[in-house]
Design a binder for this molecule. Structure first.
Ligand code: ATP
Length: 220
């Protein structure tokens, strides 16, 4: 990757992180390496715009993230969505990041499942002027895009030289295939099954300590 600018490139990975797992962390790190990002900011959403409310509270999800990335020099938790009222719209987050980092290349990371929903997002056409989009592609994953999104993808596809631009291109990188989802982890915990090696041990300990994702008993 050739980057002629001297402003560090910043990655952003938004999500519910309910809970954070190795599927988020390893794939995020794959992109950090491939794009030589200076940092990856993990941004937990307060109230997701496109799904049911999370099981764990915002503070619990933030704490799990902090434990998960502890001591990694390039990963950090960015809690700006938790400090904002109302639904968490990515475009608002990017506007706020752009104010903080006016000259840095910003890269918004997302899985293919998330990218395929992009046209349903609030003010989605305003995202690319604020940041690059990086689609994390998992081998063998179906890549089904609407005509509108295929066109958007083709028209804005990046070439390697575009890495020093501040925003405006769509990138697609193969990442480590990890068939892990937070939904599957919550389901396992609800059944009382073992979740080791799906997420960091420190996060599992906190889940146990706070009795998260357990079946509700009559008294709870
Ligand atoms: P849930 O199962 O509750 O929907 P999730 O595991 O998909 O959650 P999110 O917090 O919703 O996690 O995802 C945040 C981002 O991480 C999304 O862009 C999603 O596409 C991506 N992502 C989640 N799991 C993986 C994975 N195993 N590999 C690559 N990307 C992932």
């Amino acid at each position: 990757m050739v980057r002629s600018d001297n402003k560090p490139a910043i990655g952003i990975l938004g999500g519910t992180f309910d809970p954070v797992h190795f599927g988020h962390l390893r794939t995020g790190l794959d992109v950090v390496e491939q794009l030589e990002l200076a940092q990856l900011r993990l941004v937990p959403c307060a109230m997701p715009a496109h799904r049911d409310n999370p099981s764990a509270t915002a503070q619990e999800r933030r704490l799990m993230l902090e434990l998960a990335i502890k001591n990694h020099p390039k990963l950090m938790v960015d809690d700006r969505e938790l400090l904002r009222e109302g639904p968490s719209y990515t475009v608002d987050t990017l506007e706020s990041l752009r104010e903080d980092y006016p000259e840095n290349p910003l890269f918004l990371l997302m899985g293919t499942d998330t990218f395929s929903q992009l046209t349903t997002w609030s003010r989605w056409t305003q995202i690319l002027p604020l940041a690059h989009i990086v689609v994390m592609r998992r081998a063998d994953e179906p890549w089904m895009l609407s005509n509108q999104l295929s066109e958007f993808y083709e028209q804005n596809l990046a070439s390697e030289d575009d890495a020093s631009l501040k925003a405006g291109k769509v990138w697609s990188f193969p990442v480590t295939q990890m068939g892990i989802s937070a939904t599957a982890i919550r389901d396992r915990l609800l059944r009382g099954d073992d979740v080791r090696y799906l997420l960091p041990d420190a996060v599992i300990s906190l889940i146990e300590q706070l009795h998260l994702y357990r079946a509700k008993t009559a008294s709870s």
